[in-house]
Design a protein around this ligand. Structure first.
Ligand code: NAP
Length: 280
């Protein structure tokens, strides 16, 4: 197929690398000329330009810009494309955006490949980033079946695990398993950094090992991405933060009152409840 990608960063570049390897012809558009040059040099695109008008030959466009630019980009793209062209996005938050974008472009289907690294930009793009990772499509009542089928087929070619859900359900679920963990992990690091005794702080840094590495990883990532999650998924993130605060209060009470059976019971529930979130 003739594929367009707008935003040649980690996600856009990675989609390009794999779709080209599969034999698709890929047109890329990015903000900076240097990114366009690197995308060609890295083999992520066949053609690259800073001009959205260069995408007129394509059949499907993946919009992979930062979330805040997706609506504006699709608004600008429209005048350059055949109305039959299918547009999809990769934004980490879907919510009301999907309905607005479908009104703007009837051949739109929302998508979110659930894969990434702590890096960004074209140099961070990786082959096979999506293999065995969930790729969620979020069609609504008015989404055209042909748009869903086409993007689903491309996601399968990327060897991702295809899932479908309502855009608002998507946002509540990612708040729980992606956005809340960033905030929890960040507050863990802040708590450690708040240690007033420099000797204890130094000792903690020296003693930190695999457990701290695991629990602090997502809180030590890209700050802009964390702020963007909070801005664009505010309601769902707040709901999960309030629920989390309730759980912390419960743990504090159990430790204060030395309610060891109560604490044991919570930890037995979490030990048994973790694995369904970590399917192989
Ligand atoms: P990224 O690496 O920063 O890539 C975004 C790229 O968009 C930048 O490299 C930039 O390229 C380009 N860009 C910025 N403004 C543009 C414009 N006006 N027109 C065209 N291109 C423009 O970010 P990313 O991590 O790939 O994220 C992109 C999207 O993927 C976001 O919507 C995010 O929600 C979603 N997502 C991210 C992850 C993740 O873990 N990172 C996972 C799933 C989905 P230049 O170098 O040309 O400025």
């Amino acid at each position: 197929m003739k594929i367009g990608i707008v935003g040649l960063g980690l996600i856009g570049g990675s989609i390009g690398l794999d779709l080209r390897a599969l034999g698709h012809e890929v047109w890329g558009v990015s903000q900076r000329a240097s990114t366009c040059d690197r995308a060609i040099a890295r083999g992520a695109v066949d053609h690259a330009s800073q001009d959205l008008g260069s995408l007129h030959p394509v059949e499907v466009v993946f919009v992979c810009t930062p979330i805040g630019l997706i609506e504006l980009t699709i608004g600008r793209l429209g005048s350059h494309l055949d109305p039959a062209t299918i547009i999809t996005d990769v934004a980490s938050v879907k919510g009301d955006l999907v309905a607005r974008l479908t009104q703007q472009w009837p051949n739109f289907v929302g998508g979110h490949p659930m894969a990434g690294t702590a890096e960004n930009g074209i140099e961070a793009a990786l082959s096979e980033l999506f293999v065995n990772n969930p790729y969620v499509l979020t069609p609504i009542e008015t989404t055209r079946p042909r748009a869903i089928e086409t993007v689903a087929q491309l996601a399968k070619e990327l060897r991702a695990k295809l899932l479908y859900c309502d855009p608002h359900h998507h946002d509540r679920a990612v708040a729980l398993i992606s956005h809340l963990p960033v905030m929890v992990s960040a507050s863990l690091i802040t708590t450690c950094l708040g240690e007033q005794n420099p000797d204890i702080l130094q000792l903690a840094q020296n003693l930190a090992s695999s457990g701290f590495r695991d629990t602090s990883r997502v809180g030590g990532g890209n700050p802009e991405l964390g702020v963007m999650m909070a801005q664009h998924n505010r309601a769902a993130l707040l709901a999960s933060l309030y629920a989390y605060r309730g759980e912390i209060d419960r743990l504090i009470e159990q430790v204060e009152t030395q309610d060891w059976p109560g604490l044991q019971s919570v930890l037995e529930t979490t030990a048994a409840g973790r694995s369904p979130f970590l399917k192989p």
